[in-house]
Design a protein around this ligand. Structure first.
Ligand code: PAF
Length: 255
């Protein structure tokens, strides 16, 4: 427990004990912390649609293919709990790596189709790490509904697929991407951008929307100085992953 007005659990046993006492629906917002407006939107939606809302904060090591990226991932627990408090969270689950991986990651969830394109080839093991940790969190929290942003659209599709494949009794609620005033998709990584990188990044969604096809969009992003992993059209959306310095940004827009 911490000073916050809602309980903060760090072990599976504590989380379970609380969950067993709840009646009514439980909404769940899984995060890696460094909460921003996009997370607040997910939490508020869950609070509006459920009797209770659980927030998890866990910087999941198994989904980072680059150790430097894991190292630099922002960790802001105190500020996160304040945002959670204001947004109306009922309980938070903040486990350690040992708590989440008592098996030392001997077991993982592998998907064989959707994880093979877009971010898949560029982030080996990333989606296995995401699916594995989300499955564990679903088992620990047993939510009625779980809320995921469409900014991570490929992740959302994979989680929806996992829920169908394993008959998981949870409703996945997709939520639209929340954007900054200038159109940049909100992301915990944005706070690692320099002032200039941040200003220029607002062009990413604009270029994706304005270009006639992915090749033109890619060429324009490269002309602006981005290292581009991919620009691809699928699911009636245009997806891109680019590097601003060493910060990897992803976005997708409807086309
Ligand atoms: O989208 C995220 O923040 C993470 O991938 C998630 C779903 C919390 C799993 O670690």
């Amino acid at each position: 427990m911490t000073d916050s007005q809602f309980p903060v659990f760090r072990t599976v046993a504590e989380m379970h004990a609380w969950r067993c006492q709840q009646t009514g629906s439980v909404g769940f917002v899984p995060t890696m912390g460094a909460l921003h407006e996009g997370h607040r939107f997910l939490i508020e939606r869950s609070v509006a649609e459920n009797d209770h809302t659980v927030l998890s904060i866990f910087v999941n090591p198994t989904q980072f293919n680059d150790p430097a990226d894991l190292e630099k991932y922002p960790r802001t627990e105190e500020a996160d709990l304040e945002i959670a408090q204001l947004a109306g969270v009922s309980a938070a689950f903040i486990p350690t790596g040992e708590t989440m991986y008592p098996d030392n990651y001997l077991y993982e969830v592998q998907e064989k189709a959707v994880s093979k394109f877009l971010c898949g080839p560029f982030r080996q093991g990333h989606f296995a790490g995401v699916l594995t940790v989300v499955l564990k969190l679903f088992h620990i929290i047993t939510p009625t509904r779980a809320y995921f942003g469409e900014k991570d659209f490929q992740q959302l599709k994979l989680i929806e697929g996992m829920v169908r494949a394993f008959f998981l009794p949870v409703e996945i609620v997709p939520c639209p991407t929340v954007r900054e005033f200038d159109g940049l998709a909100m992301s915990s990584r944005n706070r690692r951008l320099t002032f200039e990188q941040r200003e220029q990044a607002a062009w990413i969604p604009k270029v994706l929307r304005a270009s006639s096809d992915p090749r033109t969009a890619r060429a324009e992003l490269e002309r602006m100085g981005y290292k581009v992993d991919y620009v691809e059209d699928i699911w009636n959306r245009r997806f891109a992953a680019v590097y601003a310095g060493d910060v990897r940004l992803i976005d997708n827009v409807e086309i």
